[in-house]
Design a protein. Structure first.
Ligand code: HEC
Length: 164
C-alpha cells in the first residue's frame, strides 16, 4: 500500500514538472540585439562589467543549462527582466533608472546578488576589482551620460494648502 502511494506521488510530481515546462516564460530566445553600449572609458571596465553584471544587466545574458528547466527558468528570467529594467549596458540610449546607487550596491555586496555567485565564481570581484569597476563606470557615465530619471520630486506637503 505504502509503495503504491509513493509511486503515485512520484508520478504526479513528475507530471507536474513536465507540465510546467510548457509555460512560455524563461530564456529569451532569440536574444534581443544590443541597441547601443556605453562609450566605455576603457576595455577593462567593460571586461569587469561583463564578468560580473552582463548576465542580468545587458542583452548578452549567458543562459546556463538549468535556465531551460522550470521553475529555475522562471526565477532567472524574472531576475534578467528586473535587472535590465534598472540598468542595461546594451541599451545605453534608453533610461538607466538604477545607476545612482551603484557604488553602494557593489561595495555593500548587494550586486551581484549573493545567490548568483556560487554558480558564477568569475563574477566574484576582489575589492580592487570592485573599485576599478566603479571608477571606470563613473568615468564612462561622465563621458557618455545615459538618459537619467528626473530628480525625485519633493514629497507634497499636505499642510500647505493652495490658497489660490
Ligand atoms: C543575477 C542577476 C544580477 C547580476 C549578476 C547583477 N545584478 Fe544588478 N540587479 C539585479 C536585479 C534583479 C536588480 C533589480 C532589483 C534590485 O534592485 O535588487 C538589480 C539592480 C541593480 C541596480 C539598481 C539598484 C537600484 O536601487 O535601482 C544596480 C545599480 C545594479 N543592479 C548594479 C549591478 C552591477 C554593477 C552588477 C555587477 C557588478 C550587477 N548589478 C550584477 C540583478 C543582477
Amino acid at each position: 500500500m505504502r509503495r503504491k502511494y509513493l509511486a503515485w506521488s512520484l508520478a504526479i510530481v513528475g507530471a507536474l514538472v513536465a507540465l510546467i515546462q510548457f509555460v512560455p516564460y524563461g530564456r529569451i530566445d532569440p536574444p534581443e540585439p544590443a541597441r547601443r553600449e556605453p562609450g566605455w572609458d576603457s576595455p577593462q571596465t567593460r571586461a569587469l562589467a561583463q564578468r560580473a553584471c552582463f548576465d542580468c544587466h545587458s542583452n548578452q545574458t549567458v543562459w546556463p543549462w538549468y535556465a531551460l528547466i522550470a521553475p529555475a527558468s522562471w526565477l532567472i528570467r524574472h531576475d534578467v527582466d528586473d535587472g535590465r529594467g534598472h540598468v542595461n549596458f546594451s541599451n545605453w540610449d534608453r533610461l538607466q533608472r538604477g545607476l545612482r546607487g551603484v557604488r553602494g550596491d557593489v561595495m555593500e555586496g548587494r550586486m551581484p546578488p549573493w545567490y548568483y555567485l556560487p554558480l558564477h565564481p568569475q563574477a566574484r570581484l576582489t575589492p580592487a576589482e570592485k573599485e576599478a569597476l566603479l571608477q571606470g563606470l563613473a568615468a564612462t557615465i561622465a563621458k557618455d551620460t545615459p538618459p537619467q530619471p528626473p530628480p525625485r520630486q519633493r514629497a507634497a506637503n499636505p499642510e500647505r494648502k493652495s490658497t489660490e
